[in-house]
Write a protein that binds this ligand. Structure first.
Ligand code: HEC
Length: 131
């Protein structure tokens, strides 16, 4: 009888430890996700050099040109002009740049963009918004 009680005790102890450690792993994962997924931008991988001309290659004209083209620069934004776009960004700091912030979910221009265009604009700014 004592052996059975001892066995049951060990089992409870083991399960308790196991439960605690898996709860701790969950907490660690949660903390990691808080640390590393802050904002939408950290998931974007930038490869190679992205220049102003890369934006037309991913269709900025098609997505934005009808309201922000040359001659129809709504809100002062002309996406065909490097100097116009430069006024809406801070080189190397996409998270501080209006041009990027309007495109992310919740941003005013989010409905007009697509993930390829948004990522390219992110990487262009991140890489210094070169001409
Ligand atoms: C249907 C017309 C339309 C399209 C398409 C459009 N925009 Fe806009 N955009 C506007 C209007 C209108 C405003 C001014 C909105 C406001 O200030 O409330 C604006 C404002 C902006 C601003 C300035 C925001 C500010 O706060 O100064 C940026 C940057 C911008 N758009 C970028 C883009 C980009 C990039 C695209 C393409 C993905 C795009 N827009 C597509 C109409 C459009």
């Amino acid at each position: 009888m004592k052996k059975i009680i001892f066995f049951v005790f060990c089992l409870i102890f083991f399960l308790y430890c196991h439960y605690n450690s898996s709860a701790k792993e969950e907490k660690d994962l949660y903390i990691k996700s808080l640390l590393f997924s802050k904002g939408s931008s950290n998931a974007i991988q930038c490869n190679g050099t992205v220049s102003f001309s890369s934006l037309s290659a991913v269709g900025i004209q098609t997505s934005c040109g009808s309201c922000h083209g040359s001659g129809i620069a709504t809100a002062g934004v002309d996406i065909s002009s490097y100097s116009s776009l430069s006024g809406f960004l801070q080189p190397n700091l996409p998270d501080n740049s209006t041009l990027y912030l309007v495109l992310i979910p919740g941003g005013k221009m989010n409905q007009y963009t697509n993930s390829n265009l948004t990522n390219t604009i992110y990487c262009w700014i991140k890489g210094g918004a070169i001409q």
